[in-house]
Design a protein around this ligand. Sequence first.
Ligand code: 3PG
Length: 379
Amino acid sequence: MKYIDSLSGVELKGKRVFLRTSLNLPLLDDGSVGDLFRLKRGIPTIRFLVERGARVIIAGYLGRSGDSMRPVAEELIKALPEIPVRFFGTDMTHVPREVAALRDGECLVLENMRRCEGEEKKDETFSTFLASLADVYVSDAFAEAHRDYASNVGIASRLPSYAGLLMRDEIEHLNVARMPHAPSFAILGGAKFETKAPLVAKLLASYDHLFIAGALANDVFRAQGYSAGVSLVSKKIPGNDVLTHPHFISPLDATVETHAGHVCVKKPENVVIDDRIVDTGPYSIAHIAPYIADAQYILWNGPTGIYERGYTTYTKHIAYMIAQRVSEGAQCVIGGGDTIAAIDASGVDASTLGFLSTGGGAMLEYLLKGTLPAIEALK
Ligand code: 3PG
C-alpha cells in the first residue's frame, strides 16, 4: 500500500485528486453539525494535497437517509479559510464540468455519495465514472473503510491509489492495539453482543484483561443468571468461554433507575424486573482501578452508561484514571463516536487520553480482522 507522502509535489501539481474522506458527522435536530471531530482529523490530508497544487474533489457520505452534505461542506469551508473550497450540491451529471473548472489548489465538495444509485452497490459503471473524474485516488475515510462501496473500493482499482495521512495514523495505532504490550487492559461497551462476540474472543486472547461495560454488561448479568430488568439486552448472551476466561473481568454492580424513578447502585443479584440499568457502578470501577493503574496499554471502545441521558459518572472515573496513566507514559487507543462523545459529556478532555480513532464499526472490524475493504482495495 502506498501513502500520499510518497508522491512528490511535482507529481501532484495540477492533478485531479479524488479524495474519499469521512464527512459522516452527527447532525442536530435543527440540521446543524453536532461535532467536527472527524472533519478536523481529515484536514491534514486536504492541506497536504492543496499545498502541492492538486485539484481536490472531496467525497464522503452523510447519515443513512440521504441528508444533504451542505452543512458539513459549510463547516469544511469555515475550517479552511485560506483554501478555495466550494460545495457542488447537485447530482453527478454536472460534476465533470465543475471538475474541469477546478484550478490548482482548489477543492470541490460533492453531495452525499449515498444519494448516488451505484454507490452502495459498488456498481461497475458508477465506479468507472468516478474514476474518470480524477487522475489520482486518495483514501482517507477510515471511519467508513468497512463499507464496500464505489467511492471507497470500486474506484481504487481504476486509478493510481494512495492512502491518506489519517488512514495511516489509524492503521498504525490500531495495529499496535491488535498486539498490545503487557500489561494490557481493554474496556468494551456498547450493545449487541451477537455482533461483538468474535471481537470479545479476540480481545480475551490478546489482552491481559477485558472488562465488559455498557449494555453488554447487561448480557453478562443475564448469562450469570441475574435479571437485567427492562434494560437494553442483546439477542445472544456470553457463554462460559467468556464468563470463565481468566482474562475476563466481570462488572460487579450497576446503576439502576427503579420503576419509582429513583437512581441507585445495585449488585446484580438485587436488580429486579422493572429496573433499568443505566451505567456501571462504583464497585466495578474500584475493581478495575488497579488494572488500569498497572496497564501499559489500554483500549477503550463503548461508553459505560447512557451518556445521552447524563449517566457519565463512571465514564468520567475511567477517563480520569486513563488520563493519569497516559501522563505516566502508558499508551491508550479510544474509539467509537459514542465513546468520545460520552467522555466529552463527562467534562474530560478526550484529547488527553491518547489516540482517538475516528472509527466506530470500522475500528471494531479492524481490531478483529486487521484489514477492511477500503484498505484491501489500496493493496
Ligand atoms: C460510522 O459512523 O460508524 C461510520 O461513518 C459508518 O457509518 P454507517 O454505519 O452509516 O456506514
